[in-house]
Design a binder for this molecule. Structure first.
Ligand code: GTP
Ligand code: MN
Ligand code: MN
Length: 612
């Protein structure tokens, strides 16, 4: 079948990759865009796209002196977060999606979405974005190609991934790639004027784990549309990782240097909007300690020949929660953003062309809020959406560790799991061993945040902070984690497993205030973690794991009420007993997929808590 003559650019493909060419042609024929553009990732292309987006009203160019080459974007008020209800894992067998994912049979989903895609790019340009998750010089580069009709997505992908001509060249004419199809679902009729943020009420974020494909429709924002991020690097990659014996996780990666100049690498999994970006860029308050950043959201981890677990960050940019980011809480993020080259979405615009959000010092007398309305400090509404985000190149981070783009990765010494809990969970707990650590991860709970559409503040289980991102049956995922901890295989070196810890920066007093100051002060917890690795810090055994012994946590110079410190470290057996029915119900969901050793962990916990 030949393409309609009206699709300009379809035959000017700068590649001879047959599978890619066929797919691009098929999508163009289905979605019928006006033209096809192969993205090269150049600064000329960036200039062209951002100029067009400014003309279209999607972007506003910020004050060049304050925010060079930076832009303010506002979405449709209904398109502000990941849509978990509309996210599907379309495995062939429903059991492979498991009880925590939405499922539809692949053929059925493809039928429904093919109908939606038919003509969905009419009146628009179709962009082809060749990208690579992780360094391009990796032994097996992880390619993807996103087709999208959103120029906003192209500009965001240029910040968040390695993309363009070099990637396409490296793909040659036969490299495997993950096809990522995205359409806003907002065709333009001839003569129809566009809106600033086109999208569709109907949304689907679909994953086909067996064929490693992603189909997204109807949303233009964040993880719904930047398909290299959650869709590829977590949902599809987790299925690849299960098959190939590695881990794709919702984790930051950081480097710690102690006063003795010893270096450690830590990975940490917290649910969306629970502190990864902040911890990754932390400015330690404990003298003599240094933190460097490698990643703030996603870690891919494989065992090396030396038996250690090596982590790489597949991303190339930071897509961070804006509200709360400030010189006091996250000065390194502020320094990163001051260098420009960033897109700010759903924050507020100041009258002098800069950005502002809640938590960034005193509010100016007047702002344009995220809905485009006038805003003053007297306004009842927030100036910025709680899930407003900055999108900025990681290379601009002033504390970026030089090894961040080493394809080999960095050997992880400790893994932290954490959530947002106002009660029950102590500031820090050390797992007794790998299986106990997997138990802590598998039962991780957190209060929901604005990062996903839906109710905020509801406690839910969010295993390994991966609930919305596990691309297969979560019971099998727990089994995979258990298997990863098993010792030496045939001739392989003995595994040297990271130690696992569970943290909670968000415990509150009866009056509702946070008991722990958090942010830079979290370096005190990191110090205890490192000293535990070195066998130098004391812990006390509790029914739920090891917590810092009295005096073992360095609180020198910290203005903290001793009663608050005790409360934040406290293991309250009654609170823990109250969790047992929820954990039992949670585990029961997975039937015989749940590894028996996790039931055994729960039984042992019940025995320690004196629960029948
Ligand atoms: P995603 O990017 O959505 O995966 O989230 P994230 O884990 O990177 O969360 P982020 O670091 O952006 O933090 C989200 C919110 O938690 C922000 O409003 C922060 O100000 C707040 N936060 C982060 N760290 C702390 C902390 O140590 N204590 C308190 N109280 N709040 C924190
Ligand atoms: Mn995230
Ligand atoms: Mn983040």
């Amino acid at each position: 079948m030949s393409a309609p003559a009206t699709v300009a650019g379809l035959d000017q493909a700068p590649t001879s990759h047959a599978k890619l060419l066929t797919w691009v042609r098929e999508v163009a024929e289905l979605t019928t865009p006006d033209s096809v553009v192969w993205c090269d990732g150049s600064s000329d292309e960036w200039r062209r796209l951002t100029d067009d987006l400014v003309a279209a009203g999607t972007l506003v160019r910020l004050n060049e002196e304050k925010r060079p080459n930076s832009f303010w974007a506002r979405t449709d008020p209904t398109d502000v977060a990941r849509v978990e209800e509309r996210t599907f894992i379309c495995s062939v067998d429903e059991a492979d999606a498991g009880p925590t994912n939405n499922w539809l049979a692949p053929a059925e989903m493809k039928r429904v979405m093919t109908d939606l895609y038919r003509g969905s790019m009419r009146g628009r340009t179709m962009y082809v974005i060749p990208f690579c998750m992780g360094p391009l010089d990796a032994p097996a580069p992880m390619f993807g190609v996103e087709i999208t009709d959103s120029p906003y997505v192209v500009t965001s992908m240029r910040i968040m991934t390695r993309m363009g001509t070099e990637v396409l060249a490296k793909m040659g004419d036969a490299a495997e790639f993950v096809p990522c199809l995205h359409s806003l679902g907002a065709p333009l009729e001839p003569g129809e004027t566009d809106v600033a943020w086109p999208c569709n009420e109907t949304k689907y974020i679909s994953h086909f784990p067996e064929t490693r494909e992603i189909w997204s429709y109807g949303s233009g924002y964040g993880g719904n549309s930047l398909l290299g991020k959650k869709c590829y690097s977590l949902r599809i990659a987790s299925a690849m990782a299960r098959d190939e014996g590695w881990l794709a996780e919702h984790m930051l990666i950081m480097k710690l240097t102690s006063p003795e100049q010893k270096t450690y690498y830590v990975a940490a999994a917290f649910p969306s909007a629970c502190g990864k970006t902040n911890l990754a860029m932390l400015e330690p308050t404990v003298p003599g300690w240094k933190v460097e950043t490698l990643g703030d959201d996603i870690a891919w981890m494989r065992f090396g020949d030396d038996g250690r677990l090596y982590a790489t960050n597949p991303e190339y940019g930071l897509f961070g929660v804006a509200p709360g980011t400030d010189w006091k809480t996250n000065p390194n993020a502020m320094r990163t953003l001051a260098k420009g080259n960033s897109v700010f979405t759903n924050v507020a615009l100041t009258d002098d062309g800069d950005i502002w959000w809640e938590g960034m010092g005193d509010p100016p007398a007047h702002l344009t809020d995220w809905k485009g309305e006038d805003w003053t400090p007297d306004s009842d509404e927030l100036s910025s959406h709680p899930n407003s985000r900055f999108c900025t190149p990681i290379s601009q981070c002033p504390i970026l560790a030089p090894e961040y783009d080493d394809p080999k990765g960095v050997p992880i010494d400790a893994i932290l799991f954490g959530g947002r809990r106002r009660d029950t969970i102590p500031l820090v707990t050390e797992a007794r061993d790998w299986v106990h650590g997997v138990y802590l991860g598998a039962t991780l709970s957190s209060e929901t945040t604005a990062a996903a559409a839906g109710k905020v503040g509801v406690v839910r289980r969010d295993p390994m902070a991966m609930l919305p991102f596990i691309g297969y049956n979560a019971g099998d995922y727990f089994g995979h984690w258990i298997a990863m901890g098993k010792g030496a295989g045939d001739g392989a070196a003995d595994k040297k497993l990271p130690k696992i810890f569970y943290v909670n920066w968000f415990r509150r007093g009866d009056d509702g205030r946070f008991l722990w100051p958090g942010f830079g002060e979290n370096s005190r917890v990191l110090k205890w973690v490192v000293q535990r690795l070195e066998g130098r810090a004391d812990a006390v055994e509790t029914p739920v794991g090891m917590v810092p012994a009295p005096g073992a946590l360095d609180v020198d110079g910290l203005d903290l009420d001793p009663a608050d410190l005790a409360a934040v470290l406290n293991v309250d057996a009654d609170e823990w007993r109250a969790e047992i029915p929820q954990v039992t119900e949670w585990f029961t969901k997975f039937g015989d997929k749940l590894p028996g050793v996790l039931w055994a962990e729960l039984d042992a916990l019940k025995a320690r808590l004196g629960v029948e």
